[in-house]
Design a protein around this ligand. Structure first.
Ligand SMILES: CC(C)(COP(=O)(O)OP(=O)(O)OC[C@H]1O[C@@H](n2cnc3c(N)ncnc32)[C@H](O)[C@@H]1OP(=O)(O)O)[C@@H](O)C(=O)NCCC(=O)NCCS
Length: 166
């Protein structure tokens, strides 16, 4: 997969261990997200997320990527191809830098990603948000994600599963 097809506006590349500090700086400023989705982020939790896979998936299917505007990391995404089925891509995590939020950049990134995934044959993008997180719910609704009716509970919160038809 050529990552330049993910965005015409931003440079996109896979994140490496050496990027953890910059990812941490981006994530730790998004305090509301971690109020709904505890525990708070640490460098160790980021390293764990970089390696985490859903059942029956391989590292080849996983794109833990950063979006750069010039030198600045402006967004991080964890994308799993062909999960939970062959025609669906799964966003496990998406976060933009607080400094650029509410300017349409997050929606632009998702729109470009949807076009790219459609072009290569995917029919759906799926994801989950923590029930009650107003920022996440508003953002995904605005970006045409619709609840599937599936929810699941963790010890600390409920996840609402939603998808967008491509
Ligand atoms: C959700 C997120 C990715 C949006 O990124 P962004 O670059 O700000 O995206 P956009 O500018 O395209 O859209 C932001 C929208 O959220 C809305 N929003 C921001 N804060 C909000 C809040 N506290 N409550 C409700 N809506 C909120 C904005 O008003 C805007 O919607 P509008 O255009 O209808 O006014 C970003 O806020 C983020 O990284 N949040 C923390 C991580 C997160 O929640 N990720 C998704 C979890 S599943």
């Amino acid at each position: 997969m050529n990552l330049s097809s993910f965005s015409k506006r931003y440079h996109v590349r896979r994140m490496k261990k050496a990027d953890v500090t910059n990812i941490y700086l981006l994530c730790s400023k998004n305090s509301m997200y971690y109020q709904y989705c505890p525990p708070p982020v640490t460098k160790q939790s980021i390293l764990g997320d970089m390696e985490a896979l859903p059942p029956n998936k391989e590292m080849d299917d996983k794109y833990y990527i950063g979006y750069y505007k010039g030198e600045e990391l402006i967004a991080v995404m964890d994308l799993i191809m062909a999960y939970p089925d062959e025609k669906t891509a799964f966003i496990g995590f998406f976060m933009t830098a607080v400094s650029i939020q509410n300017t349409g950049i997050g929606s632009g990134i998702i729109d470009e990603l949807c076009c790219c995934l459609k072009d290569i044959g995917f029919s759906h993008i799926r994801l989950g948000w923590v029930k009650g997180n107003p920022q996440a719910e508003h953002f995904w609704h605005k970006n045409s994600f619709v609840e599937t009716g599936i929810t699941y509970n963790t010890d600390h919160y409920t996840v609402i599963v939603a998808q967008r038809i491509l």
